[in-house]
Design a protein around this ligand. Sequence first.
Ligand code: ADP
Length: 403
Amino acid sequence: MRVLTINSGSSSVKYQFIDTDTKQSLCRGLVERIGISGTNLSHTRHDGVKTIISDNIVNHETAIEQILKILVHPQFGVISDLKEIDAVGHRLVHAGDKFKQSVLIDEEVREKLYECIEYAPLHNPPNIKGVEASLEKLPGISNVGVFDTTFHVNMPDYAYTYGIPYSYYKNHGIRRYGFHGSSHYYVAHRAAEILGKDIKSLKIITCHLGNGSSITAVKGGVSVDTSMGFTPLEGLLMGTRCGDIDPGVIFTIASRENFDIGQANAFFNKQCGIQGISGLTNDMREIEAEAENGNYQAQLALKVFSYRLKKYIASYMGVMNGADVIVFTGGIGENSDVVRSMSLSEMDNLGIKLDAKINKATRSSETIISADSSPVKVMVIPTNEELVIAMETQRVIMGENQD
Ligand code: ADP
């Protein structure tokens, strides 16, 4: 089956065209700055042929239109007719308590997707725009929604319940949900495959560290706890999000700055985290460079990021009574040997010992970076959320059961 995957964000659409039989990506690309000036579609074919199209892409509909055009382009495309697309798989961020699995998008599901907006008002609306544009531009082709929250649906109640009146869970669905599910699922399964072990026998801690970061405890293939909560604001320190915080800080800053709810939400999502502490940037590469140059706030941002990650890793070892594997993925996890070594430093009493040389040399490749003598294996595994979305899309369309 050949599946077009769509990841539609507020001003960008990422896509891949994947052959699920070979698990190969035939082409991939990104439309950036939708609705802002200087929109670009950058497209790369499996053979390395690249092109950039600068066109007036004013909204998500025209973005999808341009993506479909490039797929059948005589010089840069990979198919000669749009009928060669068997299905479209959409990354959808928040299912709330409306969907426990990936779904075929029919009229009823489409309506329910709008009901999910209240859970993630920043993320879900652009996701839905991608779905609407695809339904319109590819009539007769099946669309499947794959949610970030799905992998975490089996978290135990004591892990997802907040310390608030229970009625807010019963009546408003306020609980911890977790995100980055496709990524945590992919790297956990890939780790088991690489080690030649059955995932059901393993305790794995997966660290997805990018602009948004989350960490998950995977026991026997099931997510038993994860750091993001009702929204992607909870948990680790992130590029511009504060992560775990005393709610009292929110009241105090909102009151001193005279923020309304929307302004407070924007502040803690967009002006905090690494950016807020460093006063410089949300980009970890620049933070590392500035820290190296002796900038105190950059050094502090790096330390806070790594320290919080270390605390979560240790706590998930408590949750699972140990760990067999720790996996690093995402832009930071795959590339930053500094973050990996800082977050795992002085954990040898917990059975974690890095091979410093291998760690330093590892960038975005599947590698075991722990010392041979380390009881806990530490791995770097580049994530592949699009492959999970494509495989899920196939599974739903074929009516197969989830493993
Ligand atoms: P997103 O969550 O937007 O998908 P990514 O997974 O692409 O983000 O991760 C982006 C982050 O990865 C940025 O902070 C970037 O600085 C960081 N990153 C990328 N390459 C490196 C590197 N070589 N060293 C340290 N950090 C890196």
